[in-house]
Write a protein that binds this ligand. Sequence first.
Ligand code: WT7
Length: 655
Amino acid sequence: MTDPALSQPSPNDHIDAMLHENRVIPPSEEFAARARVSREQYEERYRRSLDDPDGFWSEVADELAWMRRWDEVLDWQEPHARWFVGGQTNIAYNALDRNVARGLGDKTAIIWEGEDGTVRTSTYSELLREVKKAANALTSLGVQQGDRVTLYLPLIPEAAVAMLACARIGAVHSVVFGGFSVSALSDRINDAQSKVLITADAGQRRGALVRLKENADQAAQNTPSLEKIVVVCRANCDAPMQEGRDVWWHDVVGAASEEHEAVPLDSEHPLFILYTSGSTGKPKGVQHTTGGYMVGTYLTTQAVFDLREDDVYWCTADVGWVTGHSYSVYGPLLNGATVVLYEGAPNHPDWGRFWEVVQKHRVTILYTAPTAIRSFMRQGDEIPSRYDLSSLRLLGSVGEPINPEAWMWYYRVIGGERCPVVDTWWQTETGAIMLTTLPGAHPSKPGSAGLPMFGVEPAIMTHAGEELGPDDGGLLVIKRPWPSMLRTVYGDDERYRKSYWGEIPGVYFAGDGARRDHEGYITVVGRVDDVLNVSGHRLGTMEIESALVAHPSIAEAAVVGRPDDVKGECVVAFVLPQSGFEVDPKVIRAHVSKEIGALARPDAIIIADALPKTRSGKIMRRFLRQIAAGKEIQGDTSTLEDPGVLDRLAATQAV
Ligand code: WT7
């Protein structure tokens, strides 16, 4: 049985391939023999995490430092969880002071490589000193515990320093991806009511300067809560500075004292807000808190990446996404790892750049996205073969379903058939990895994320909340709270209740379709809501539609995803011109880039005279998806007001 709601065309062409994939790839004996978690240990610990969650999570949390120990592990008043209730801690203290105290002061914490090849490294002691100074600087600018600070930065070490400095004083950071537009930035500053913005003069992307400060200035025309802008000098370009409002990072941080005590914070004190697309037009401010997020990212980084003392760990995500929060900054630093950060594009100056970074810094663990893997695969095996990739021992994938072909390429060409590949499923909302195989414990099945992490109890259900058995396609849900889960949607708890705990009573609704096989491996096939996954990044169709109709030449718009060999999905926009106007595709693409960001730019625009609507006026996106993919129309078209519209749209050339 398959949930009828899911019988719509698959959001991704790879799914068919996945259904027929039956390769099983066990870890090498050598890897398994040294792994931090063996198969038996996984079984034992997983069982315990469900049967005795208090005992299990207490043991993990006790490996970290608390200024006050918790009274109660979990207080669950559905849908609100409080973890480590009554405990006080500080995640920056745990990532830095604690590691320095246990003798890692001279260990390299961050190896940063700029797109131009500049390398900067800092040890745990140096990073701690910098974070203390930045914490003092923020305090001197008037930032208090609980205040929101927006970060709009390139992937430079200061991004990690700024996040940790906020965490150190209990300010709530809200990182906005540097590729987002002026209006995306001002919307997020306004939603969070941020007092301070930390940005840079410019970032570097494919050799060009991205003038972040100019965007920040434009955004700030429209953000009454903003009092100060702190500007990191990254590119030495003359950023205009506004007297009384703007200060240079090197001035304020440079002048600040190196003495600073991390503030003890309640376990449930908000740590950060991160905006992500939902199925309505307005992005959701996903809110995470201190204690549970810390414990979740600490444990998963250690177990999933089999982290060891001498690893050089590189997660390629930008800090603008949750992967960058949990697995470039917090998780690995909590574990005292050496982290590589690379600022630029994967193809600058050419498609060998990632492999050059791996070779140069002797990277042992690489965590990247299927879209990147597919782009590399397209360039052929010859480019990676020019580099020494023998330092690698483990590979990870995240962000979207990985098709078995790309999985096998990653395993064979990058991993030399020596490195296990972990395909990790999780979300901005889950804070930490939820489904994966553990590299030394489980065989991989290419295309399938795998088994639940400790404490995670997944199920596949119908919309009506019936649990489905093996091989039935349905909705992925999580049946109990976990420490790193989101606590609410910032400023909109009702939306939190409805979107996550209101779809199916009593369980967390992830918004993904999935299947579980007879061995418990879960294959996540893609979103079941109006959310697209373009290059591993979430975009709401409604968000793009509202940007489109905001343009004077467009009267109405409907956006759908189309399977794409590299991006996973790409954006297809059906638009109705405003009478008396002509739609210029160039202008429209530029407009969407400006409104949201380049990521949301439509790949295809179909200029239509009508959209397929039901008699009650609802747009039937299901048919638009079929047309966008160039497929035969399937399904009942009799509810359409004007069924003829489908043929007309199918005959229209995209521009
Ligand atoms: C959505 C979450 C979590 C880090 C980056 C994305 C999709 C993520 C996988 C995977 C299949 C995946 C899901 C999910 N997704 N990882 N391994 N296999 N799908 O975070 O922007 O919050 O997006 O990405 O659809 O719901 P995000």
